[in-house]
Design a protein around this ligand. Structure first.
Ligand code: BGC
Length: 743
């Protein structure tokens, strides 16, 4: 596939090599390339002797496996690659896939946290070091980035995405893809990326994992598709479909998505892998009567590779021989897969990612460690800071640190932790210990129930044992500051971890309230993978710092922010609701016909009667230790036509006492259109660093593309009319001005 930097002559050569290889392949071998198996054998032990592993081993030797996932480490990859290359008839190398979501062994913050940095250059670097480490351990391909837009924090996988906004999500998708794939896919530091899950799984009903999605045409094109489309433009090599059905048809068997939109309209030349067993899962969906029918639907729909459901390997050959499936579809899928393998350089040297000395040298090296630390600092969001409680003085304070998460070296790793060693993150307590001028006393308050990757029974935080609360209260008394580290443990978010309550889990709220009774100088350090409903804390606790699950360097980043060695600049990429009942609550909603309260206090307007409509913290929100002022908003002209553009500028001033970075956000509202439009949509952002007292003029360009959307004409186009433009430090507090787009 001609990716960003695959030159024309190179892709022509690859295309010729693919064609000539295809001519030598039997139908069965072609189907083999479309077959992906999960790692099945500890290669350091004896050969597989029973069960599925025997079949998998035989298929590998027979050239009937195109890819494997969940095999990591140079010796393991090398062993399997050797079988594929040296024992199968055609010696086609495997492409080794793995979920390198936010790092491989050394972890960056979870993707939602990274997105809070709005720093696309940093996010690209973070993906780059993840790719370097993974590639050094034999990995060729990551199942990332997840570019699903989501407005529902009940969905555990919000931690894996870029939040609720398609514009921000698109920019981050591009950054991650460029980071993983680099300038040249055949370089030993890069891996193929995968935009997933195409499409709509972020809109699963009621935020319940794997649930049905029913999404209107307008929502699909205007909100769900943009990050995927951006991924194609960025040259992403692969796509993954999903577990969800979309408007009645499972995405895996959905030809509209994979053939019409992705491959035809967007011209995607890479390959599509199914989600884990999602071809076979079309049977319980009630869409395919058996595995043969499921295989037929999936291949017709454009799913090129079967992840672990054995559907293709057991059925596709027969389907072609019986005339139900045209062999041209198989050829197309295989060409796509082989092309990516060629681009990775696997045919030129299948063992190029298998250098044990390099593995040892690269993993956890200085550059990687420094990068994840920098990323972690940039991901932190200051939610509240009454009376400038933060940053902390470096000397002479007596500090109580409370909460098991403060000592936990595991939770910061999150649930998609790839090969990170358990308990390998720097804890908050460890991070604080670098600051020796203050006196720190710790109590856990209540214990974490150790989470695990797969067992539901272990997902909770202690709900019954209050025995540690007393000690926590007693150490909090008479301290200058109480740092309470509360939130979710690693495995409470992620795949399969949808929740109906977003309150602080377990007895943590009770612990917080008990401590508050004896000391009000609390800094709440929130460690979590999704928005939580922390109304009480927002009303009572003077300082709140959102630190998410920050990865390997978590505690160091948190300590540097608490002590002001790093001034936080993160902004929320997803709205924090006041209650679960408000969900979905997101900034780019429609206006309705009755948006405002009638003056006579009637109830007949769009609102809740038991809670207001505003969220707890809006999209784009985040404070700094300094303050910023926006003024002098000006347009170069107040109207423009097709092929023209106008500039808008605003003056940003650092009005506080610290050097700081502001994420300047530009929103636009299309006031009247062929379909109703959101009250505002993010259309630009810039990170601007300023010293105290300094000002800077910030400029954005507005052109036709920026105001285009999927209209009633079922086309992506701009409509003439009036627009409101808003600029500010979040999606609510803005200064605004009007402009027009004219014929
Ligand atoms: C997830 C995918 C992931 C795959 C392989 C599935 O359960 O939905 O996102 O890439 O497993 O681990």
């Amino acid at each position: 596939m001609p990716g960003l930097n695959t030159s024309k002559s190179m892709s022509e050569t690859i295309s010729k090599r693919v064609d000539s290889l295809l001519l030598q392949m039997s139908l069965r071998e072609k189907v083999g390339q479309m077959n992906q198996y999960n790692g099945f054998w500890d290669v350091t032990g004896p050969l597989p002797s029973e069960g599925e592993s025997v079949k998998k081993y035989k298929d590998l030797k027979d050239g009937l496996v195109g890819s494997m996932l969940n095999v990591t480490g140079v010796p393991e990859v090398m062993r399997l690659q050797k079988i594929a290359v040296e024992e199968s008839r055609l010696g086609i190398p495997l492409i080794i896939g793995y979920d390198v979501i936010h790092g491989f062994k050394t972890l960056s913050p979870i993707p939602l946290a990274e997105s809070a940095s709005w720093d696309v250059d940093m996010i690209r670097k973070s993906a780059e070091v993840a790719a370097t480490e993974a590639a050094a351990c034999g990995i060729n391909w990551t199942f990332a980035p997840m570019v699903d837009v989501s407005r529902d924090p009940r969905w555990g996988r919000v931690m894996e995405g870029a939040g609720e906004d398609p514009f921000l999500g698109s920019k981050i998708a591009i950054a991650r893809i460029r980071g993983f794939q680099g300038e040249e896919l055949s370089s030993i530091n890069t891996i193929a990326a995968c935009a997933k899950h195409f499409a709509g799984s972020g809109f699963s009903e009621a935020g319940k994992e794997y649930n049905t999605t029913d999404i209107s045409e307008s929502l699909l094109h205007n909100v769900v598709f943009p990050p995927f489309k951006a991924a194609v433009k960025a040259g992403v090599k692969t796509f993954m479909n999903g577990f969800n059905e979309l408007n009645g048809i499972p995405t895996t068997g959905n030809a509209f998505l994979q053939r019409t939109i992705l491959k035809e309209n967007w011209g995607f030349k890479g390959f599509v892998v199914s989600d884990w067993c999602s071809i076979g899962e079309m049977i319980p969906h009630g869409y395919a009567k058996d595995k043969s029918a499921a295989s037929n639907s999936a291949i017709q729909a454009g799913s090129d590779m079967d992840m672990e459901s054995y559907c293709y390997i057991d059925n596709l050959e027969k389907l072609v021989l019986s005339g139900k499936v045209d062999e041209a579809l198989i050829n197309d899928a295989v060409k796509r897969i082989l092309t990516v393998k060629f681009e990775l350089g696997l045919f030129d040297n299948p063992y190029k990612y298998c250098d044990i000395t390099r593995e040892k040298k690269v993993v956890g090296n200085k550059v990687i460690t420094e990068t994840v630390l920098e990323m972690a600092k940039k991901s932190i969001v200051l939610l509240k800071n009454e009376g400038h409680l933060l940053p902390l003085r470096k000397k002479g304070l007596n500090i109580a640190v409370i909460g098991a998460l403060a000592k936990d070296k595991d939770s910061p790793l999150g649930s998609w932790r790839a090969k990170a060693t358990e308990n390998s993150a720097v804890s908050v307590l460890e991070g604080l210990s670098a600051y020796k001028g203050n006196n720190v006393t710790y109590a856990k308050g209540i214990s974490l129930i150790k989470g695990s990757a797969t067992f539901v029974s272990e997902l909770e935080i202690n709900t019954t044992d209050r025995s540690g609360i007393k000690e926590a209260v007693s150490i909090a008394k008479n301290k200058d500051i109480v740092l309470m580290v509360l939130g979710e443990h690693a495995f409470q978010t992620g795949e399969g971890r949808s929740r109906t309550s977003l309150d602080l889990p377990g007895l943590q709220q009770e612990l917080l309230e008990e401590v508050y009774k004896v000391n009000k100088n609390i800094v709440l350090v929130l460690m979590n993978g999704r928005p939580l409903t922390i109304n009480w804390a927002d009303q009572q606790i003077p300082a709140i710092l959102e630190v998410w699950h920050l990865g390997s360097q978590s505690g160091n980043a948190i300590a540097q922010v608490l002590y002001g060695d790093y001034n936080p600049s993160g902004k929320l990429p997803i709205t924090f609701p006041k209650s679960v009942g408000q969900i979905p609550v997101y900034y780019n909603h429609k206006n309705t016909g009755r948006p405002t309260k009638p003056s006579n206090d009637l109830v007949f307007w769009s609102h809740y009667s038991d809670q207001d409509n505003t969220p707890l913290y809006p999209f784009g929100y985040g404070l700094s230790y300094t303050s910023f002022k926006y003024d002098q908003l000006k347009l170069s002209r107040d109207a423009f036509t097709k092929r023209e553009s106008i500039k808008v500028s605003v003056r940003l001033t650092n009005t506080g006492n610290y050097k700081g970075t502001e994420v300047v956000q530009m929103y636009i509202r299309d006031i009247f259109a062929s379909i109703t439009r959101p009250v505002k949509e993010l259309k630009g952002f810039q990170l601007v660093s300023l010293n105290p007292g300094m000002s800077k003029q910030i400029e954005f360009t507005i052109d036709e593309e920026l105001i285009s959307f999927y209209t009633a004409n079922q086309k992506w186009e701009a409509e003439t009319g009036d627009f409101e433009l808003m600029i500010g430090g979040d999606s609510v507090k803005t200064v605004s001005i009007l402009f027009s787009f004219i014929d």
